[in-house]
Design a protein around this ligand. Structure first.
Ligand code: PMP
Length: 404
């Protein structure tokens, strides 16, 4: 077999569908965010970044960068081992204690990313809980799906954000065996929010354990940035909260928080925790600084929410169609992969605006979009330029406007 010919053919097919990914190479200056320099094949151009998941700009903040730099200079660049073999640093221990406290849980456990935390935790819980069935929201993230698959537990998919369907599916299961309900709070592509209280009611009625991914909510919602469960006073009812340090906290890493024995169990059985080098202590120090700041300060959250509201109002004024959701994620709907790519390319080339198009398989075919994430760092002028450029392009491409 000609292996390379096979790979090339598969990639050509992606290109033909308009789904081949080309990475934008950014040269950043943290003091000038959300502005950056984008390097292309032939030239470099200044851009305004509108699609970062450093939602609150914490990765660019002077004190988070300083914490990372200080710890790196003092401790070294890497952890030097797995958690079990010389890799546990004081920063990891302090960060786990902080995360447990943030979520009002007994314990927390760090992973090298949110992806790994979902994959490792779900695969471990599903594999070991006796007769386990995992009930998974149909829109769950790939990292959860992969973890569930790998667990080889029974899998039941319930309708997105639909506690009644979840209830029906639980009732239809044969009696006996563990039940684990896996869902997210803020869904990353539509920006909608789960009815957590109703889902917990159903879970409790069936004696099921609950697994809540708050990756797109931690740092952003709740009085201390503990996520939607904190905001709604529900964290104590969720068995396990999973989060990332790579989005609103601006650094990198993932974690779970829950009971001490559950965290100890995952720590002791999850290969994705055990057999990998620990997070660099310097990143743990940066994340700790970021979390502590966001527990005390509401400023970043308020500025971000104001910028989200401003963008939505301006899109409405120009009748540019966007999903009307209750979160900080603003999906501007295009509905065609080639047009989404054309819009993104033209925003970049003509306006110096960087928004990555989101195409299948990240979102269903026909719902291709520009996913825009305003941060506290965007200015009114940035927003005005973005909306004017979008409106121009909407006319150029003869795309439908929203009904007034
Ligand atoms: N869960 C969800 C819902 C996500 O959207 C993502 C990543 N975008 C992850 C988990 C993985 O988090 P991380 O980027 O920290 O690996």
């Amino acid at each position: 077999m000609n292996y390379d010919a096979f790979f090339a053919e598969q990639l050509d097919q992606l290109r033909a569908e308009g789904n081949y990914r080309v990475f934008a190479e950014l040269e950043r200056d943290a003091t000038d965010a959300p502005h950056a320099t984008m390097h292309g094949a032939d030239k470099a151009r200044p851009v305004t970044v509108w699609c970062s998941n450093d939602y609150l700009g914490m990765g660019k903040s002077a004190f988070v960068r300083q914490a990372v730099a200080d710890a790196a200079l003092k401790d070294g660049a890497g952890a030097g081992g797995t958690r079990n073999i010389s890799g546990t640093a004081t920063q990891h221990v302090a960060l786990e204690a902080e995360l447990a406290d943030l979520h009002g849980k007994e314990a927390a456990l760090l992973f090298t990313s949110g992806y790994v935390s979902n994959w490792a935790s779900l695969s471990t819980l599903g594999a070991h809980l006796p007769g386990c069935t995992i009930l998974s929201d149909e829109m769950n993230h790939a990292s959860m799906i992969e973890g569930i698959r790998h667990s080889r537990a029974g899998k039941v998919i319930w309708k997105h954000n639909d506690p009644e369907d979840l209830n029906r599916k639980l009732e239809a299961l044969p009696k006996g065996g563990a039940r684990l309900i896996a869902f997210e709070s803020v869904y990353s592509m539509d920006g909608d929010i789960a009815p957590i209280a109703e889902i917990l009611d159903v879970a409790e009625a069936h004696g099921a354990m609950t697994y809540l991914d708050e990756v797109h909510a931690v740092g952003l919602y709740g009085p201390q940035g503990g996520g939607i469960a904190e905001r709604e006073g529900l964290a104590h009812r969720v068995s396990l909260i999973e989060g990332t340090l790579g989005k609103a906290f601006g650094v990198m890493g993932g974690y779970i928080a829950g009971s001490a024995v559950m965290c100890d169990f995952v720590r002791s059985f999850a290969s994705g925790f055990i057999f990998t080098t620990a997070l660099p202590p310097a990143l743990a120090a940066g994340a700790l600084t970021s979390i502590r700041h966001l527990r005390r300060s509401d400023l970043e959250r308020r500025r971000q929410q104001a910028n989200v509201a401003k963008l939505r109002a301006r899109l409405d004024a120009m009748r540019l169609p966007h999903l009307d959701n209750p979160s900080h994620i603003v999906p501007v709907m295009v509905g065609d992969p080639f047009k989404a790519k054309f819009l993104s390319d033209t925003l970049l080339e003509q306006h110096g605006i960087y928004v990555q198009p989101i195409n299948y398989p990240t979102v269903p075919k026909g719902t291709e979009r520009l996913r825009i994430t305003p941060s506290p760092l965007h200015t009114d002028e940035d927003t005005d330029r973005l909306v004017a450029a979008l409106s121009d392009l909407w006319s150029q491409c003869a795309l439908n406007r929203a009904v007034a």
